[in-house]
Design a binder for this molecule. Structure first.
Ligand SMILES: [Zn+2]
Length: 350
């Protein structure tokens, strides 16, 4: 450091010591503004460091903070607003190719009206509706028939301080478990077994503590009622009263591909079948998963299976309406043509 720099530093220190907190804050703001302006002028790789004797510009002697922050853009990149799809009304992002949502109108989905009580929860402005919307992930998870699985940072996800952060690595899966319970508390699809019990104590035990409890319970009661017509709920509730539940099997149809424009509310017999070990199952599906009452094995469900959405997101598909699948019929193409093509492909690959 030269003699002049030392002198300037001493003067700075003397001046700084005589400043009020407010003046210091103003100085800091001003210096930060100057640094931002320099970064804009000198490019994103430039490093500006605040030192006791002023700011330094360069890339040498980087400390950790400099390395982390040196390439941060000075302003947010905002995608250009795009008009909604003129065929299906989907919100669109910049750079999405045309036809990304509905193949330029070739796919027309039937959107069934939600049950009135559920519609009120989604759109109402009362305290119950607000609590539902603010905690919808919790409620969906409570009523989901599947469990989400991924490789995530458990310490970070359970941290109590700071902004809630969920960091996952790799792919996310949805698994469905068999219903062999053992000594554990019922969870996920097992909860449906006991929904005919008016006390609903099996579900309320899973309500959160403290401030949420009362509101959670009120909404859980409401959702049990809403989902009573759900074909999966009907299937699982039918096992609530049986003895020897470990003798029972549930076969889930993984292959139902009804035309959504015509059939949007599947029947219980179309989505699942219940049978007892030793008896012949009288309902066969082309593709299925069998759940067992005497173990708790789990099975992965593919996002391309039409039942993935209703099993994982029952609050969006309260009547188990078919979700997205790769054979959704297009306008002008009959479901029989699709089946013929699929059969041909299967024959060729087999
Ligand atoms: Zn569209």
């Amino acid at each position: 450091m030269t003699v002049e720099q030392r002198q300037a530093r001493r003067e700075n220190q003397r001046y700084s010591a005589s400043m009020t907190d407010e003046q210091r804050q103003v100085m800091r703001e001003k210096r930060n503004q100057q640094n931002r302006a320099r970064r804009r002028t000198l490019g994103p790789n430039c490093v500006v460091r605040n030192t006791p004797h002023g700011s330094e510009i360069g890339s040498n002697n980087l400390n950790t903070t400099d390395v982390v922050y040196q390439n941060l853009p000075v302003s947010a990149h905002i995608l250009k607003t795009q008009p909604d799809c003129r065929h299906c009304g989907a919100k669109r992002f910049e750079y999405e190719p045309p036809g990304f949502c509905c193949m330029n109108g070739k796919v027309k989905l039937q959107i069934p009206a939600p049950p009135e009580e559920l519609r009120r929860l989604y759109t109402g402005e009362d305290i119950q509706s607000q609590h539902f919307i603010e905690n919808i992930r919790y409620f969906n998870s409570h009523f989901s028939f599947t469990t989400m699985y991924c490789d995530y940072d458990k310490n970070l996800a359970s941290a109590r301080d700071g902004v809630y952060t969920f960091k996952a690595h790799g792919q996310m899966y949805h698994n469905i478990h068999s219903f062999g319970n053992g000594d554990n508390e019922p969870s996920h699809l097992q909860l449906y077994f006991y929904d005919d019990d008016h006390s609903l104590s099996h579900r309320f035990r899973r309500a959160r503590d403290e401030i949420y409890r009362e509101r959670d319970i009120s909404i859980i009661r409401c959702l049990v009622h809403i989902l009573r017509d759900n074909p999966y709920s009907e299937t699982f509730r039918s096992l609530g009263q049986v003895e020897d539940v470990d003798e029972y099997r549930i076969v889930l149809n993984m292959d139902y591909k009804l035309d959504q424009r015509t059939y949007n509310r599947p029947l219980t017999s179309e989505v699942a079948a219940v049978w007892v070990e030793g008896n012949d199952i009288n309902k066969h599906f082309d593709r299925s998963i069998t759940l067992f009452g005497n173990n708790n094995n789990y099975y992965s469900i593919r996002p391309s299976d039409g039942c993935y959405d209703p099993l994982s997101y029952p609050l969006f598909f309260p009547r188990a309406e078919l979700g997205w699948h790769s054979d959704i019929p297009r306008q002008g193409i009959d479901i029989s043509q699709i089946n013929t093509t699929r059969q041909r492909n299967a024959d060729n690959s087999g």
